[in-house]
Design a protein around this ligand. Sequence first.
Ligand code: ZN
Ligand code: FE
Length: 268
Amino acid sequence: MTNSSTQALSVLTVPAFHDNYLWLIHDGVHAVAVDPGDAKPIRAALEANGLKLTAILLTHHHADHIGGVPELLQHYQVPVFGPRNETIAAVTLPVGEGKVFDVPGLPLRLSVLDVPGHTMGHIAYVREATDDAPTWLFCGDTLFAGGCGRLFEGTPAQMISSLGKLAALPDDTKVYCAHEYTLSNLRFARVVEPDNVALQERVKVETDKREHNLPTVPSTIGVEKATNPFLRYREPAIAEQLVQAGRLDRIDTPLATFTALRLWKNDF
Ligand code: ZN
Ligand code: FE
């Protein structure tokens, strides 16, 4: 049962470009856009659902995540939350780890995690579980379904620490990542961990979704912990596979495994 003071929120998936997902969190009246790389599909989704934009949330400075902001601001004068450690012209409310804030217009409280690696200032937004919904995570290009973001600015050690923060969230946390990269990520995952039964099952499930043109996102933290090699690099089988493939000289530290894994994925 919901009452008027705890109106249920939903998340709308807004596909954009080739393989981006932009997100609209809304209560049926007001909406906040997460990473609106393109204004057109956001405006169309707002109009189609009779929603009014009340805020914009950004995870990092890449164009496919912020490109639609100027056009949205022409139509909606709203605050723009974004990473305090990056320079993004449109950001009016810089936030970073430890910040907890109420999103204007919605019964939505978010907390911020610093998750450097893909970019140096990358942040993620977390909504704690409610009576009606599990934890929600909006993690941009840090954690993907079956993979993780490329290290354009940060180090493998930073990415390990960032992914560790996300993996510490409850298993039923919904992972709203920003790209549909799942099948190609899982193709790589299968090569590095061929005997993972949960992974084999997941490949079937996600392949079926894509064949029916359905998004594989959101995923959950539990599924990622069971199948995503970038959360599983401490598994001995993964290090052994890297050695066998000539991607790692010998079994070494988890950091060495993670580094080799990320480099291999880059040219997979
Ligand atoms: Zn990016
Ligand atoms: Fe991106």
